[in-house]
Design a protein around this ligand. Structure first.
Ligand SMILES: NC(=O)c1ccc[n+]([C@@H]2O[C@H](COP(=O)([O-])OP(=O)(O)OC[C@H]3O[C@@H](n4cnc5c(N)ncnc54)[C@H](OP(=O)(O)O)[C@@H]3O)[C@@H](O)[C@H]2O)c1
Length: 300
């Protein structure tokens, strides 16, 4: 259905990318969060919500009157969630149950995570058994289960999302790393954990494709390359032509990534059978990083 009224719960990094893409395709977009925030220069609506509050979620649904709801709200900082389990659970698990009751039978697309897996396997498809390694993964999995039980929801699990993020609030790994290395400042990163990073534009493109479909259940979106942050940072240093010795390795346990699964990597067993997705090949992280660096100087 084109020209949908889409309510996006969340107004941060990924929400903004999805909102811009959907607006370009002719959908009417309302973002929502606790503090007003819409991407600069965009004609996007915004409404207040705190997903931890039942009345707030019910009021939001009444005010927005959406055809489809996309949930892509925080907290998204995995380390913060580990230190604040009640807050993480309130926002993700309780927020999902309020949404399921307020938007009864409505179509919901939930942006979820690879942290629903323990990280023992090199990569997980949709059929892999879940067993979250941390608080964030448990809260997100609980939210998925609540929404999927409505039988009209889709959980799009995405890997580590990257791209330029000029907001300066909590820039993703690529942006932080590029800023550091371009300024010839050292970065210390783990070499013993792996990701399949996915470009924010690809998340937006897949979400847009799924908006026009009736698919339910779980779909995975990971980038095509599995790599360590060490390999990624080294590539960024080489692209800038700075000393690769600025990048050094540390054990995962000694870094801010300690509570994350060793493998946070996704592949899809379903996408090839879904015509809307089969034509959308996610970008390779090293190729995309080179392009971002060559075209994105304005952000630094
Ligand atoms: N970033 C990734 O690599 C990644 C990967 C996989 C999945 N995801 C999922 O994608 C979602 C968004 O990630 P992101 O990187 O876009 O995060 P982000 O930039 O930190 O944005 C989070 C948004 O959620 C809002 N929010 C936080 N608490 C809220 C609450 N109680 N009620 C309503 N809104 C609230 C924030 O605004 P206010 O603070 O103003 O409320 C903000 O707009 C998360 O659920 C995360 O699990 C992210």
């Amino acid at each position: 259905m084109t020209g949908q009224r889409v309510l996006i719960i969340g107004a941060g990094y990924i929400a903004s990318h999805i909102a811009r893409r959907l607006a370009t395709l002719g959908h009417t977009i309302v973002l929502s969060s606790r503090h007003e925030s819409t991407p600069a220069g965009e004609q996007l609506g915004w409404l207040p919500v705190d997903v931890r509050e039942r009345q707030s979620v019910h009021s939001l649904i009444r005010a927005a009157c959406p055809d489809t709801v996309i949930t892509v709200h925080g907290p998204s900082d995995i380390t913060w969630c580990e230190a604040n389990p009640e807050q993480a659970t309130a926002a993700h698990q309780r927020g999902a149950s309020y949404l399921a009751e307020a938007f009864e039978n409505g179509r919901i697309i939930a942006i979820s995570t690879d942290n629903v897996f323990p990280g023992h396997a090199e990569s997980c498809g949709e059929s892999a058994p879940t067993a979250p390694a941390n608080t964030y993964g448990r809260a997100k999995l609980a939210a998925e289960n609540i929404l999927l039980a409505t039988h009209n929801a889709l959980a799009l699990r995405v890997s580590l999302v990257y791209g330029w993020d000029s907001s300066g609030l909590r820039p993703n790994f690529f942006t932080t790393c590029a800023q550091q290395l371009r300024a010839a400042r050292p970065v210390v990163v783990p070499a013993d954990c792996w990701n399949t990073p996915v470009l924010a534009d690809d998340v937006a493109e897949w979400t847009a494709a799924l908006l026009d479909s009736a698919h339910t259940g779980v779909i995975h979106l990971g980038g095509p390359r599995r790599l360590t942050r060490l390999a990624w940072a080294t590539h960024i240093a080489q692209t800038y032509g700075v000393d690769p010795d600025l990048v050094s390795a540390a054990p995962q346990e000694s870094t801010g990534y300690a509570c994350r699964p060793r493998n946070a990597c996704l592949h899809s067993e379903r996408a090839a059978g879904i015509p809307e997705l089969a034509v959308l090949a996610p970008m390779d992280v090293l190729e995309a990083s080179t392009k971002l660096i060559l075209t994105g100087e304005d952000y630094l």
